[in-house]
Design a binder for this molecule. Structure first.
Ligand SMILES: *Cc1c(COP(=O)(O)O)cnc(C)c1O
Length: 369
Protein backbone atom coordinates (compact mmCIF):
# COMPACT_ATOMS: atom_id res chain seq x y z
CA UNK A 1 0.00 0.00 0.00
CA UNK A 2 2.71 2.51 1.01
CA UNK A 3 4.65 1.55 -2.08
CA UNK A 4 1.63 2.24 -4.25
CA UNK A 5 1.26 5.69 -2.79
CA UNK A 6 4.95 6.46 -3.30
CA UNK A 7 4.98 5.29 -6.92
CA UNK A 8 4.63 8.08 -9.47
CA UNK A 9 1.22 8.06 -11.09
CA UNK A 10 1.30 7.74 -14.90
CA UNK A 11 0.07 10.60 -17.08
CA UNK A 12 -3.19 9.67 -18.79
CA UNK A 13 -3.90 11.29 -22.18
CA UNK A 14 -7.28 9.62 -22.73
CA UNK A 15 -9.85 11.57 -24.74
CA UNK A 16 -12.61 10.51 -22.37
CA UNK A 17 -13.42 9.31 -19.86
CA UNK A 18 -10.30 11.23 -19.03
CA UNK A 19 -7.79 11.89 -16.27
CA UNK A 20 -9.12 13.51 -13.10
CA UNK A 21 -7.24 15.86 -10.79
CA UNK A 22 -5.36 13.73 -8.26
CA UNK A 23 -6.56 15.94 -5.40
CA UNK A 24 -10.16 15.18 -6.35
CA UNK A 25 -9.60 11.42 -6.46
CA UNK A 26 -7.83 11.57 -3.11
CA UNK A 27 -10.66 13.52 -1.51
CA UNK A 28 -13.33 11.24 -2.98
CA UNK A 29 -11.41 8.22 -1.66
CA UNK A 30 -11.13 9.73 1.82
CA UNK A 31 -14.86 10.49 1.86
CA UNK A 32 -15.94 7.23 0.23
CA UNK A 33 -17.24 5.42 3.33
CA UNK A 34 -18.46 8.35 5.38
CA UNK A 35 -19.26 11.71 3.84
CA UNK A 36 -18.75 14.51 6.38
CA UNK A 37 -19.75 12.39 9.35
CA UNK A 38 -23.09 11.42 7.83
CA UNK A 39 -22.28 7.72 8.19
CA UNK A 40 -23.04 7.23 4.49
CA UNK A 41 -21.20 7.13 1.21
CA UNK A 42 -22.55 9.79 -1.19
CA UNK A 43 -23.73 6.99 -3.47
CA UNK A 44 -25.93 5.62 -0.67
CA UNK A 45 -27.78 8.87 0.01
CA UNK A 46 -31.31 9.75 -0.98
CA UNK A 47 -31.12 12.36 -3.68
CA UNK A 48 -33.81 14.27 -1.77
CA UNK A 49 -32.09 14.13 1.61
CA UNK A 50 -30.49 17.26 3.05
CA UNK A 51 -26.94 15.91 2.61
CA UNK A 52 -27.18 15.29 -1.11
CA UNK A 53 -29.29 18.39 -1.72
CA UNK A 54 -26.46 20.45 -0.21
CA UNK A 55 -23.88 18.72 -2.45
CA UNK A 56 -26.06 19.34 -5.49
CA UNK A 57 -26.73 23.01 -4.69
CA UNK A 58 -23.05 23.67 -4.01
CA UNK A 59 -22.05 22.07 -7.32
CA UNK A 60 -24.62 24.19 -9.19
CA UNK A 61 -23.49 27.39 -7.47
CA UNK A 62 -19.79 26.68 -8.01
CA UNK A 63 -20.32 25.90 -11.67
CA UNK A 64 -22.40 29.04 -12.19
CA UNK A 65 -19.62 31.09 -10.62
CA UNK A 66 -16.83 29.35 -12.55
CA UNK A 67 -18.45 29.69 -15.96
CA UNK A 68 -20.02 33.08 -15.10
CA UNK A 69 -23.42 31.77 -16.20
CA UNK A 70 -25.88 34.71 -16.28
CA UNK A 71 -29.06 34.61 -14.23
CA UNK A 72 -31.33 34.15 -17.25
CA UNK A 73 -29.75 30.75 -17.96
CA UNK A 74 -30.69 27.52 -16.19
CA UNK A 75 -28.06 24.94 -15.34
CA UNK A 76 -29.43 21.42 -15.75
CA UNK A 77 -27.73 18.21 -14.66
CA UNK A 78 -28.99 15.52 -17.01
CA UNK A 79 -27.98 12.05 -18.26
CA UNK A 80 -27.42 10.42 -21.61
CA UNK A 81 -24.27 12.22 -22.67
CA UNK A 82 -23.61 14.34 -25.71
CA UNK A 83 -25.14 11.77 -28.04
CA UNK A 84 -28.48 11.83 -26.21
CA UNK A 85 -28.47 15.63 -26.43
CA UNK A 86 -28.27 15.27 -30.21
CA UNK A 87 -31.88 14.06 -29.97
CA UNK A 88 -32.94 15.91 -26.82
CA UNK A 89 -32.06 19.33 -28.26
CA UNK A 90 -34.21 18.98 -31.40
CA UNK A 91 -37.05 17.46 -29.35
CA UNK A 92 -36.96 20.49 -27.06
CA UNK A 93 -36.29 23.32 -29.45
CA UNK A 94 -39.34 22.40 -31.51
CA UNK A 95 -37.39 21.92 -34.64
CA UNK A 96 -40.23 20.41 -36.62
CA UNK A 97 -38.88 22.91 -39.14
CA UNK A 98 -35.30 23.53 -40.20
CA UNK A 99 -32.10 23.51 -38.17
CA UNK A 100 -28.74 24.72 -39.46
CA UNK A 101 -25.62 22.64 -38.85
CA UNK A 102 -21.99 23.58 -39.15
CA UNK A 103 -20.20 20.27 -39.60
CA UNK A 104 -16.52 20.39 -38.69
CA UNK A 105 -15.78 16.81 -37.66
CA UNK A 106 -17.24 13.54 -36.40
CA UNK A 107 -19.20 14.99 -33.52
CA UNK A 108 -21.10 17.70 -35.37
CA UNK A 109 -21.70 15.20 -38.15
CA UNK A 110 -23.33 12.82 -35.68
CA UNK A 111 -25.43 15.69 -34.34
CA UNK A 112 -26.70 16.54 -37.79
CA UNK A 113 -27.55 12.92 -38.62
CA UNK A 114 -29.48 12.42 -35.40
CA UNK A 115 -31.39 15.71 -35.70
CA UNK A 116 -32.41 14.76 -39.22
CA UNK A 117 -34.79 12.23 -37.66
CA UNK A 118 -36.79 15.06 -36.07
CA UNK A 119 -36.38 17.97 -38.45
CA UNK A 120 -34.75 19.14 -41.64
CA UNK A 121 -31.08 19.35 -40.75
CA UNK A 122 -29.59 21.81 -43.21
CA UNK A 123 -25.85 21.62 -43.81
CA UNK A 124 -24.95 25.30 -43.52
CA UNK A 125 -21.21 24.76 -43.76
CA UNK A 126 -18.68 21.96 -43.70
CA UNK A 127 -14.92 21.41 -43.70
CA UNK A 128 -15.27 17.89 -45.11
CA UNK A 129 -13.35 18.61 -48.32
CA UNK A 130 -10.15 19.38 -46.43
CA UNK A 131 -10.51 16.42 -44.07
CA UNK A 132 -11.80 18.48 -41.12
CA UNK A 133 -8.59 20.46 -40.71
CA UNK A 134 -9.90 24.03 -41.06
CA UNK A 135 -12.99 25.95 -39.93
CA UNK A 136 -15.45 27.50 -42.40
CA UNK A 137 -15.67 31.30 -41.96
CA UNK A 138 -19.10 32.35 -40.62
CA UNK A 139 -19.51 34.81 -43.52
CA UNK A 140 -19.57 31.82 -45.89
CA UNK A 141 -22.30 29.84 -44.08
CA UNK A 142 -25.51 29.09 -46.02
CA UNK A 143 -28.01 29.96 -43.31
CA UNK A 144 -31.73 29.21 -43.41
CA UNK A 145 -34.48 31.74 -42.87
CA UNK A 146 -36.36 31.10 -39.61
CA UNK A 147 -34.29 28.11 -38.54
CA UNK A 148 -35.10 26.80 -35.06
CA UNK A 149 -31.42 27.06 -34.13
CA UNK A 150 -27.89 26.67 -35.42
CA UNK A 151 -25.74 23.85 -34.05
CA UNK A 152 -21.97 23.74 -33.88
CA UNK A 153 -19.39 21.73 -31.99
CA UNK A 154 -16.94 24.19 -30.46
CA UNK A 155 -14.20 21.58 -30.01
CA UNK A 156 -14.03 18.53 -32.25
CA UNK A 157 -12.52 15.92 -29.95
CA UNK A 158 -11.55 13.50 -32.71
CA UNK A 159 -10.26 15.84 -35.42
CA UNK A 160 -8.71 18.37 -33.05
CA UNK A 161 -10.23 21.57 -34.42
CA UNK A 162 -11.50 24.23 -32.02
CA UNK A 163 -13.44 27.47 -32.38
CA UNK A 164 -11.32 29.87 -30.36
CA UNK A 165 -14.19 32.31 -30.47
CA UNK A 166 -17.90 31.56 -30.85
CA UNK A 167 -19.56 33.14 -33.90
CA UNK A 168 -21.64 36.28 -33.42
CA UNK A 169 -24.83 35.16 -35.15
CA UNK A 170 -26.58 38.50 -34.66
CA UNK A 171 -23.80 40.19 -36.62
CA UNK A 172 -24.65 37.79 -39.47
CA UNK A 173 -28.26 38.96 -39.36
CA UNK A 174 -29.33 35.61 -37.89
CA UNK A 175 -31.90 35.68 -35.11
CA UNK A 176 -32.10 32.00 -34.16
CA UNK A 177 -30.23 30.73 -31.11
CA UNK A 178 -26.80 29.12 -31.17
CA UNK A 179 -26.56 25.59 -29.74
CA UNK A 180 -23.04 24.56 -28.78
CA UNK A 181 -21.71 21.09 -28.09
CA UNK A 182 -18.78 22.03 -25.85
CA UNK A 183 -18.31 18.54 -24.36
CA UNK A 184 -14.55 18.41 -24.74
CA UNK A 185 -13.47 21.91 -23.77
CA UNK A 186 -16.09 23.26 -21.36
CA UNK A 187 -14.36 25.01 -18.45
CA UNK A 188 -11.07 25.16 -20.36
CA UNK A 189 -11.65 28.88 -21.02
CA UNK A 190 -14.31 31.51 -20.30
CA UNK A 191 -17.58 31.27 -22.26
CA UNK A 192 -19.27 34.19 -24.04
CA UNK A 193 -22.88 33.59 -23.01
CA UNK A 194 -24.12 36.60 -25.01
CA UNK A 195 -23.64 34.46 -28.13
CA UNK A 196 -25.20 31.26 -26.77
CA UNK A 197 -28.76 29.96 -26.48
CA UNK A 198 -27.91 26.50 -25.21
CA UNK A 199 -24.66 24.71 -24.44
CA UNK A 200 -24.29 21.06 -23.55
CA UNK A 201 -21.42 18.85 -22.46
CA UNK A 202 -20.93 15.30 -21.33
CA UNK A 203 -18.94 15.46 -18.09
CA UNK A 204 -16.35 12.81 -18.80
CA UNK A 205 -13.90 14.96 -20.74
CA UNK A 206 -13.32 18.02 -18.61
CA UNK A 207 -15.80 18.06 -15.71
CA UNK A 208 -15.92 14.74 -13.91
CA UNK A 209 -17.04 11.14 -14.24
CA UNK A 210 -19.19 9.80 -17.07
CA UNK A 211 -22.93 9.72 -16.41
CA UNK A 212 -23.52 13.42 -15.89
CA UNK A 213 -24.49 15.69 -18.77
CA UNK A 214 -24.43 19.44 -18.35
CA UNK A 215 -27.02 21.60 -20.13
CA UNK A 216 -27.01 25.37 -19.82
CA UNK A 217 -30.07 26.88 -21.44
CA UNK A 218 -31.47 30.40 -21.80
CA UNK A 219 -34.84 30.55 -20.08
CA UNK A 220 -36.80 31.72 -23.12
CA UNK A 221 -35.93 28.41 -24.84
CA UNK A 222 -37.52 26.23 -22.15
CA UNK A 223 -41.01 26.14 -23.64
CA UNK A 224 -40.50 25.00 -27.20
CA UNK A 225 -40.60 21.24 -26.73
CA UNK A 226 -42.42 18.98 -29.17
CA UNK A 227 -45.31 17.02 -27.58
CA UNK A 228 -43.45 13.73 -28.12
CA UNK A 229 -40.46 14.90 -26.06
CA UNK A 230 -39.98 12.42 -23.15
CA UNK A 231 -40.79 14.03 -19.79
CA UNK A 232 -37.44 13.12 -18.26
CA UNK A 233 -35.73 14.94 -21.14
CA UNK A 234 -38.02 17.95 -21.25
CA UNK A 235 -35.88 20.94 -20.27
CA UNK A 236 -38.81 22.78 -18.63
CA UNK A 237 -39.66 19.72 -16.54
CA UNK A 238 -36.03 19.17 -15.57
CA UNK A 239 -35.59 22.87 -14.70
CA UNK A 240 -38.76 23.01 -12.60
CA UNK A 241 -37.64 19.99 -10.62
CA UNK A 242 -34.10 21.29 -9.96
CA UNK A 243 -32.70 18.47 -12.12
CA UNK A 244 -34.44 15.93 -9.86
CA UNK A 245 -37.45 14.93 -11.93
CA UNK A 246 -35.89 11.49 -11.91
CA UNK A 247 -32.95 10.28 -9.83
CA UNK A 248 -29.89 12.22 -10.98
CA UNK A 249 -26.43 10.62 -11.29
CA UNK A 250 -25.68 11.49 -7.68
CA UNK A 251 -22.12 10.21 -7.36
CA UNK A 252 -21.06 11.78 -10.67
CA UNK A 253 -22.53 15.11 -9.52
CA UNK A 254 -20.64 14.87 -6.24
CA UNK A 255 -17.30 14.19 -7.94
CA UNK A 256 -17.91 16.90 -10.55
CA UNK A 257 -18.61 19.22 -7.61
CA UNK A 258 -15.18 18.35 -6.20
CA UNK A 259 -13.69 19.21 -9.61
CA UNK A 260 -15.47 22.59 -9.55
CA UNK A 261 -13.95 23.33 -6.13
CA UNK A 262 -10.55 22.26 -7.43
CA UNK A 263 -10.98 24.60 -10.42
CA UNK A 264 -11.77 27.46 -8.08
CA UNK A 265 -8.60 26.74 -6.10
CA UNK A 266 -6.65 26.84 -9.38
CA UNK A 267 -7.89 30.39 -10.00
CA UNK A 268 -10.95 29.63 -12.15
CA UNK A 269 -11.35 29.13 -15.88
CA UNK A 270 -9.41 32.24 -16.94
CA UNK A 271 -6.37 30.85 -15.10
CA UNK A 272 -7.00 27.42 -16.62
CA UNK A 273 -7.08 29.00 -20.07
CA UNK A 274 -3.59 30.42 -19.54
CA UNK A 275 -2.30 27.01 -18.45
CA UNK A 276 -4.04 25.28 -21.33
CA UNK A 277 -2.49 27.75 -23.80
CA UNK A 278 0.96 27.05 -22.38
CA UNK A 279 0.44 23.27 -22.52
CA UNK A 280 -0.83 23.40 -26.11
CA UNK A 281 1.99 25.71 -27.23
CA UNK A 282 4.57 23.32 -25.78
CA UNK A 283 3.13 20.26 -27.49
CA UNK A 284 2.37 21.82 -30.91
CA UNK A 285 5.79 23.50 -30.83
CA UNK A 286 7.47 20.13 -30.35
CA UNK A 287 5.40 18.56 -33.14
CA UNK A 288 5.98 21.40 -35.62
CA UNK A 289 9.70 21.53 -34.86
CA UNK A 290 10.27 17.83 -35.37
CA UNK A 291 11.26 15.64 -38.31
CA UNK A 292 9.19 12.68 -37.19
CA UNK A 293 5.84 14.10 -36.04
CA UNK A 294 3.22 16.26 -37.75
CA UNK A 295 -0.26 17.64 -37.18
CA UNK A 296 -2.69 18.30 -40.05
CA UNK A 297 -4.88 21.01 -38.56
CA UNK A 298 -4.57 24.64 -39.71
CA UNK A 299 -2.67 26.54 -37.03
CA UNK A 300 -5.38 29.07 -36.21
CA UNK A 301 -7.98 26.40 -35.40
CA UNK A 302 -6.00 23.80 -33.54
CA UNK A 303 -7.59 22.39 -30.42
CA UNK A 304 -5.94 23.22 -27.11
CA UNK A 305 -7.50 20.11 -25.61
CA UNK A 306 -7.15 17.31 -28.17
CA UNK A 307 -3.95 17.13 -30.16
CA UNK A 308 -3.98 14.51 -32.92
CA UNK A 309 -0.55 13.87 -34.41
CA UNK A 310 1.09 11.40 -36.74
CA UNK A 311 4.46 9.72 -37.19
CA UNK A 312 5.85 10.21 -40.70
CA UNK A 313 6.93 6.57 -40.53
CA UNK A 314 3.73 4.78 -39.52
CA UNK A 315 5.55 1.47 -39.04
CA UNK A 316 6.90 3.02 -35.81
CA UNK A 317 3.42 3.51 -34.30
CA UNK A 318 3.41 0.38 -32.14
CA UNK A 319 6.94 1.01 -30.86
CA UNK A 320 5.99 4.60 -30.03
CA UNK A 321 2.95 3.52 -28.05
CA UNK A 322 4.61 0.71 -26.13
CA UNK A 323 7.58 2.94 -25.28
CA UNK A 324 5.16 5.60 -24.10
CA UNK A 325 3.42 3.13 -21.80
CA UNK A 326 6.78 2.14 -20.32
CA UNK A 327 7.41 5.81 -19.59
CA UNK A 328 4.05 6.16 -17.81
CA UNK A 329 2.34 7.96 -20.72
CA UNK A 330 -1.01 6.27 -21.24
CA UNK A 331 -3.78 6.17 -23.87
CA UNK A 332 -2.04 8.03 -26.70
CA UNK A 333 -3.45 5.96 -29.54
CA UNK A 334 -5.43 8.06 -32.01
CA UNK A 335 -9.12 7.57 -32.70
CA UNK A 336 -9.65 4.69 -35.09
CA UNK A 337 -11.29 6.92 -37.71
CA UNK A 338 -8.24 9.20 -37.87
CA UNK A 339 -5.34 6.92 -36.92
CA UNK A 340 -1.98 8.05 -35.59
CA UNK A 341 -1.79 9.43 -32.07
CA UNK A 342 -3.88 11.77 -29.98
CA UNK A 343 -2.90 13.49 -26.75
CA UNK A 344 -5.84 14.90 -24.82
CA UNK A 345 -4.59 17.56 -22.43
CA UNK A 346 -7.66 18.64 -20.51
CA UNK A 347 -7.67 20.81 -17.38
CA UNK A 348 -6.57 17.91 -15.19
CA UNK A 349 -3.36 17.35 -17.20
CA UNK A 350 -0.56 19.28 -15.50
CA UNK A 351 2.17 20.95 -17.56
CA UNK A 352 4.56 18.34 -16.14
CA UNK A 353 2.60 15.68 -18.03
CA UNK A 354 3.01 17.54 -21.32
CA UNK A 355 6.70 18.09 -20.57
CA UNK A 356 7.10 14.36 -19.96
CA UNK A 357 5.33 13.57 -23.24
CA UNK A 358 7.42 16.04 -25.24
CA UNK A 359 10.62 14.74 -23.72
CA UNK A 360 9.64 11.15 -24.55
CA UNK A 361 8.71 12.16 -28.12
CA UNK A 362 12.09 13.81 -28.68
CA UNK A 363 13.98 10.86 -27.18
CA UNK A 364 12.03 8.45 -29.37
CA UNK A 365 12.76 10.54 -32.45
CA UNK A 366 16.48 10.62 -31.61
CA UNK A 367 16.55 6.85 -31.12
CA UNK A 368 15.09 6.32 -34.61
CA UNK A 369 17.20 8.92 -36.45
C1 LIG B 1 -17.45 12.65 -26.25
C2 LIG B 1 -18.26 13.62 -27.04
C3 LIG B 1 -19.63 13.40 -27.29
C4 LIG B 1 -20.35 12.13 -26.91
O1 LIG B 1 -20.54 12.00 -25.59
P1 LIG B 1 -21.30 10.72 -24.99
O2 LIG B 1 -21.27 11.02 -23.55
O3 LIG B 1 -20.52 9.51 -25.36
O4 LIG B 1 -22.66 10.69 -25.56
C5 LIG B 1 -20.31 14.37 -27.99
N1 LIG B 1 -19.70 15.48 -28.43
C6 LIG B 1 -18.39 15.71 -28.21
C7 LIG B 1 -17.76 16.95 -28.74
C8 LIG B 1 -17.63 14.79 -27.51
O5 LIG B 1 -16.32 15.00 -27.30
Amino acid sequence: MTQRVKMKRPYNFSAGPAAMPLEVLTQAAAEMLDWHGSGMSVMEMSHRGKEFVSIHEQAQADLRELLAVPEQFKILFMQGGGLAENAIVPLNLSCAGTVDFVVTGSWSQKSQQEANRYCTANLAASNQTDGHTTLPAPQSWRLSKNASYLHLCSNETIHGVEWHELPDLKALGYDSPLVVDCSSHVASRPMDWSRVGLAFAGAQKNLGPAGLTLVVIREDLLDRALPICPSAFNYRTVAENQSMFNTPPTYAIYVAGLVFQWLKRQGGVAAMEQRNLAKAALLYGAIDGSQLYYNKVARDCRSRMNVPFFLRDETLNEAFLSGAREHGLLQLKGHKSVGGMRASIYNAMPIEGVQALVSYMLDFQRSKA
